[in-house]
Ligand binder design. Structure first.
Ligand code: FAD
Length: 341
């Protein structure tokens, strides 16, 4: 609903005190909401100012999670896969995360020669594993918080304050969804499945299916986290940012202090760079080489391998071709991997 005032009301005046614990009579309809809006406007302005109602609609919040995000060649994403309810606030962002997570899998499944083995299917099943797990964890957080925010009176309120903290303590939670932080809004990490390939993992308390937790709870070098945005230099010496390079290929990022101080022509063809480029070419997935001055928690010469959706596949201390091949192996062949049920 949106109302446009014909004349600015001037600085807001104190409205009638609103009891935060007051319950609304019956169901909140457009009419009851309008009554509330007009009484607030009257409280601010002394009288109801001229205004025009531009649009009004009833919207029912729902919390829903599809049982499957994939059946064969059909995938669900966005609102078709999940609705976050009144506290979620991240519907749109999580829809975009779905698209990010699915796009590189489809591209890889399409462009890599099919193995005919479980890897093809496990790569695509990894989408449901990671994304349904992450959204499920968020919905559980909403479920757990809703009863704490419901207005109570008397003994029930005292009991809740004693056991679980006051409303005031829970109020910051409401901002999480808006700010993109915490259990309602933080970027997920996929620590149990950093390769993105579906594996059967035991469900952990407080985490989603697939071992989902939040990026902000883990070090920036932990497998599965969403990498921070940092200045990088590309293999042809251009300056860019890490997140701007995401979306198409895997990124092989060398942490090399001093690269922004020295002109790229001095180091691009020297040191580890030629071997890094060879290594990137030899990996079984399309990979671009980048260099960064610094990365949180990573010592110089650490190599980071980043998925096209920005989640960290893993790190190696220096150039270790066999370790990097081990990290990418599940994407193209999955010996011994169980498919998610
Ligand atoms: C009042 C309101 C406030 C919101 N506020 C926020 C907010 O603050 N933050 C936030 O993150 N999210 C918010 N959202 C949610 C956000 O708008 C949605 O999560 C997001 O738009 C979903 O995008 P989507 O592409 O998944 O689905 P949609 O935007 O619903 O797109 C689906 C499209 O598919 C089309 N379609 C449907 N059936 C068919 C068919 N059979 N054939 C062809 N086309 C079809 C539809 O016409 C539609 O264009 C809000 C939503 C509402 C209603």
């Amino acid at each position: 609903m949106a109302a446009r005032l014909a004349t600015p009301p001037g600085p807001p005046q104190p409205a009638e005190p609103v009891d935060p614990h007051a319950t609304w009579p019956g169901i909140v309809t457009g009419d009851t909401l309008l009554t509330r809006v007009t009484s607030a406007l009257t409280g601010w302005c002394g009288e109801l100012p001229p205004h025009q109602l531009l649009a009004a609609a009833d919207h029912t919040y729902q919390q829903r999670l599809a049982g499957r995000f994939r059946t064969g060649r059909c995938f669900l994403a966005g609102d078709a896969a999940h609705l976050h309810g009144a506290l979620g606030m991240q519907n749109l962002a999580d829809g975009l995360r779905d698209a990010d997570n699915l796009a590189w899998r489809l591209a890889l499944a399409w462009h890599l020669p099919p193995t005919g083995g479980p890897a093809d299917s496990a790569l695509l099943d990894g989408y449901e594993n990671e994304r349904r797990g992450a959204v499920g964890a968020r919905l559980r957080a909403v479920d757990q918080t809703m009863p704490l925010l419901r207005p109570l009176r008397g003994w029930a309120e005292t009991r809740r304050s004693l056991i679980s903290g006051s409303f005031r303590k829970h109020a910051p939670l409401l901002a999480d969804g808006q700010l993109g932080t915490g259990r309602f809004g933080g970027a997920p990490a996929y620590p149990a499945t950093p390769s993105g390939v579906a594996v059967r993992v035991p469900e952990q308390r407080g985490s989603g299916r697939g071992g989902t937790s939040l990026t902000e709870q883990l070090p920036a070098t932990a497998p599965g986290v969403l990498v921070p945005d940092l200045p990088v230099v590309t293999a042809d010496g251009a300056a860019d940012t890490l997140r701007a390079r995401l979306g198409t290929v895997f990124l092989l990022v060398l942490v090399a202090p001093g690269t922004t101080v020295w002109s790229a022509e001095h180091w691009l063809g020297a040191g580890l760079m030629p071997r890094l480029a060879e290594l990137a070419d030899a990996l079984p997935v399309p990979t671009e080489v980048l260099v960064t001055d610094t990365y949180p928690g990573a010592v110089p010469h650490t190599v980071l391998l980043v998925r096209p959706d920005g989640h960290l596949l893993g790190t190696t201390p220096g150039l270790h071709p066999e370790q990097l091949h081990t990290l990418t192996a599940p994407l193209t062949a999955a010996p011994g991997l169980e498919q998610a049920g």
